[in-house]
Design a protein around this ligand. Structure first.
Ligand code: GLU
Length: 476
């Protein structure tokens, strides 16, 4: 059997971390099995579905390195097929029209609650006589269409992640609505469980891999597959992603969509790497740092946890910093130069930009950290308390004066590393102070702080922007 899997996102929001992780597991499995990974846009919620979200989903997947086979299936375009299937179900006696009004259903649920029962549809219109039906129609009622669910039935499947699963028909809430209200001589908008079965079958999906929040739907869908005499796919339900408090990751946790992670400065490589580890344990002997293109051969559902996965910012940050530290300064500059330009910071040359990144990359965790780290090169730095204290020392002034006077002796504003070293050594000797004091004084004058990357290299870069002399002269 050819493996065909799919991601079926609803374009009612941006690409969510959980959906992207589901996409990854599908993609890895397809790659491992030499199968196909397909996309289906479930856009039947017309009010909430938006074109911009479809674009966000495509962009997010591409950014993560998840490609797909065939053109995406657009669910709303298949509505006639969905309705034809509903008609078949009615004709074969598997589905029927239910005329119960919203207020009657509400009353039914209230009574159930009062009697300590779980609310469910009580199948009251399953056996209407033709007279009863025509009376309801004459009253002007629009029915929904319901699929019959046998309360006595046990529904089982062998889940690739959870093993043997059994669900009882009586826990599925009574006969299920498969089409919205519409006049009795028509078929209303088809609903989720029905369309998923219709589409997965039409797309010849062999394995349905999706979040565990769909487990109850799977039981319902299996009943539909059976009624329609269709092949039932294999199912795998992936664990939820929880926040650090053990609650389902939601908007309240700040960032949840892939585009937001990208904006914050996470790299696609670290994101894809981290998401694969959310619920999947690497086999022994495999490094946790990997590119997804390299890992598919060892991916398997046996190593996917049943338990929910906790989102761990520290681990994601660690992976991201690893990716950044392994990146060439040239590649890093490709990311950062557009961000520099946004601040109207212009690098004097490609080489200067790469040297800057060489200098600051080791302390970067996010791509965007590069902006903060580069800022004191382009903009007047603010004085922090340590820097201020240093600059108030009597010796500091003497040192800075010496350095500035010597700098002025040179025609070129640009200093090189050798000259910089020389000058610091001379200052140490002539001013009769410790070298540490010279270094601290210069750093405080140039950058307003006592900490930072290699001072000599930073100074050389700053001199190319002609910013070292004016900064030193402020404190003399
Ligand atoms: N559109 C559904 C969702 O976004 C997908 C359901 C499925 O994978 O079957 O959750």
């Amino acid at each position: 059997m050819k493996v065909r899997v799919r991601l079926a996102p609803s374009p009612t929001g941006t690409l969510h971390l959980g959906t992207a992780r589901t996409a990854l597991f599908n993609w890895l499995f397809a790659k491992k099995e030499g199968g196909s990974f397909l996309l289906r846009i479930e856009d039947t919620d017309f009010e909430r579905s938006k074109e911009e979200y479809i674009k966000n989903i495509y962009d997010g997947l591409q950014w993560l390195g998840i490609d797909w086979n065939e053109s995406p299936v657009i669910q709303s375009k298949r509505v006639n097929e969905h309705k034809a299937i509903i008609k078949t179900l009615i004709d074969k006696g598997f589905a029927y029209r239910c005329y119960a009004s919203e207020s009657e259903l509400e009353e039914m649920r209230e009574t159930q609650k009062e009697n300590g029962l779980a609310p469910r549809y009580d199948n009251r219109h399953r056996f209407l006589t033709p007279e009863q039906e025509s009376n309801f129609i004459n009253e002007g009622r629009n029915p929904v269409i319901r699929f019959k669910i046998n309360d006595q039935k046990l529904i089982s499947w062998n889940d690739l992640i959870r093993g043997e699963m059994t669900w009882s028909g009586k826990d599925l809430g009574g006969d299920m609505v498969i089409a919205r209200r519409a006049p009795a001589d028509s078929i209303g908008d088809p609903l989720y469980n029905l369309v998923v079965v219709a589409d997965d079958s039409a797309m010849k999906i062999s394995h349905v891999i999706r979040g565990e929040d769909h487990i109850a739907n799977t039981a319902k869908q299996i009943l539909l597959y059976e009624a329609l005499d269709l092949n039932i796919p294999t199912f795998a339900h992936t664990p939820l992603i929880l926040n650090s408090e053990g609650k389902k990751l939601s908007k309240r946790d700040g960032v949840t969509s892939i585009s937001e992670f990208k904006e914050m400065g996470y790299t696609s490589e670290a994101m894809a790497n981290y998401m694969t580890l959310l619920g999947w344990a690497v086999p022994e002997g495999t490094n946790e740092r990997f590119k997804i293109s390299e890992i598919s051969s060892v991916f398997s559902f046996e190593k996917v946890n049943k338990a929910s996965a906790k989102f761990d910012w520290d681990k994601l940050n660690w992976l991201n910093s690893q990716v950044i530290h392994e990146m060439s300064p040239k590649k890093l500059l490709n990311y950062l130069d557009p961000l520099f330009k946004k601040n109207e910071w212009n690098i004097p040359s490609q080489e200067w930009g790469e040297n800057l990144l060489d200098l600051i990359a080791p302390s970067m965790i996010l791509i965007n950290d590069g902006v903060d780290q580069a800022k004191p090169f382009f903009e007047e730095p603010t004085l922090n308390p340590d820097g201020k204290k240093q600059l108030e020392l009597k010796e500091t002034k003497v040192i800075l004066k010496f350095i500035l006077e010597n700098l002025k002796k040179s025609d070129s504003p640009i200093i090189n590393e050798e000259k910089a070293h020389d000058l610091l050594n001379q200052a140490t000797k002539i001013c009769e102070v410790k070298k540490g004091l010279v270094m601290k004084s210069l750093r405080a004058a140039l950058f307003g702080t006592l900490n930072g990357p290699d001072l000599i290299k930073s100074w050389v870069l700053l001199s190319r922007l002609s910013k070292d002399r004016p900064r030193i002269s402020r404190f003399i």
